[in-house]
Design a protein around this ligand. Structure first.
Ligand SMILES: Cc1cc2nc3c(=O)[nH]c(=O)nc-3n(C[C@H](O)[C@H](O)[C@H](O)COP(=O)(O)O)c2cc1C
Length: 232
C-alpha cells in the first residue's frame, strides 16, 4: 500500500503521533510511505500568477516542489494530511500548500486517479477547533475528487503529546484502531458518493459553457467528461 503523508508542521507532536499510530495499525506489511513536513518540503506562498490555472501546473514558479508532492499523491492509495489547530484554523504552512493545488480542483482539472483514493484528515487542538480543521482539510481533498475522506480530530486537553492524560491516550488508541480498520476494509474499492457525483455534474455543465479558460475546457474534452465518460 502506498501512502502519502503531509504533516502541516515540522515537529513531531500530537498530530504526528496520532498519524503514526494509524500507520502502525494498518496491517499491510508492504507499506511504502512518502512523507512531507511543512514548511521545509513544501512550496512558499502562492504569488497569484494564475499560471497553473490558465496555462499549466508546470508553469508555476514553484512547480518543482509542488509537483514532487502531487506525484506522490497520485501514486498513493491513501493520502493522510494532519495539522495542529492554530487560532481555530489549519496551520498557515498547510493552507499555503493547498493554495497550490487549486488547479486540480473539480472546478478546473481534477486528476482521474484521485477518484479512487482514500483520504484521512487529522487535527488536534488543546481545547477547541480541531473538528473544524479536520473538516477543512477533508474539504480540500473532496474538491480534488477524493471519494472517501475519514476525519479524526481530538481536543487533547493539553499542549503536548507528552502531557496528554492516560484517559485521552486510551481514547486516541481506540479511535486510531477503528480508523485503520475502516481504511483497510475500503482501500481500493471506494466509489464517489452522491455529493461528489452531483458536484462533478455541476462542474461539467460549467465547463460546457466555459469561455474563459481553454486549458480547463480542453482537459475536460480530452478526458471525454463533456460526453459520457466519467473519472470513476
Ligand atoms: C500558534 C498556536 C495557536 C493555537 N491555537 C489553538 C486554538 O485555536 N485552539 C486550541 O484549542 N488550541 C490551540 N493551540 C494548541 C494546539 O492546537 C495543540 O497544542 C495541538 O494539539 C498541537 O498539536 P501538535 O502537537 O501536533 O503541534 C494553538 C497552539 C499554537 C502554537
Amino acid at each position: 500500500m502506498k501512502i502519502t503523508v503531509i504533516h502541516g508542521q515540522s515537529h513531531r507532536g500530537s498530530s504526528y503521533h496520532i498519524t503514526q499510530q494509524i500507520f502502525d495499525k494498518i496491517s499491510n506489511t508492504n507499506k511504502e510511505i512518502y512523507e512531507y513536513f511543512m514548511p521545509n518540503d513544501t512550496p512558499s506562498f502562492c504569488v497569484g500568477c494564475y499560471q497553473c490555472i490558465m496555462k499549466s501546473e508546470s508553469a508555476c514558479p514553484q512547480a518543482e516542489k509542488v509537483q514532487n508532492i502531487v506525484a506522490s499523491m497520485e501514486a498513493s492509495d491513501l493520502i493522510v494530511i494532519n495539522s495542529p489547530t492554530y487560532c481555530l484554523e489549519m496551520t498557515g504552512q498547510l493552507k499555503t500548500f493547498f493554495d497550490h493545488l487549486g488547479y486540480m480542483w473539480l472546478s478546473h482539472r481534477p486528476k482521474p486517479v484521485m477518484f479512487q483514493k482514500i483520504g484521512i484528515a487529522i487535527s488536534t487542538a488543546a481545547g477547541g477547533g480541531s473538528k473544524k480543521v479536520a473538516k477543512s482539510i477533508a474539504k480540500q481533498l473532496f474538491w480534488m475528487g477524493v471519494p472517501k475522506v475519514y476525519r479524526l480530530n481530538k481536543n487533547i486537553k493539553g499542549s503536548t503529546w507528552q502531557t496528554i492524560s492516560n484517559k485521552m491516550k486510551e481514547s486516541i488508541d481506540k479511535e486510531t484502531t477503528k480508523l485503520s480498520r475502516k481504511v483497510e476494509a475500503n482501500i481500493g474499492i471506494v466509489r464517489p458518493g452522491l455529493g461528489l457525483r452531483f458536484l462533478f455534474t455541476i462542474m461539467r455543465s460549467m465547463q460546457k459553457s466555459n469561455n474563459w479558460n481553454e486549458v480547463d475546457k480542453n482537459y475536460w474534452k480530452e478526458n471525454g467528461w463533456l460526453d459520457k465518460k466519467r473519472p470513476w
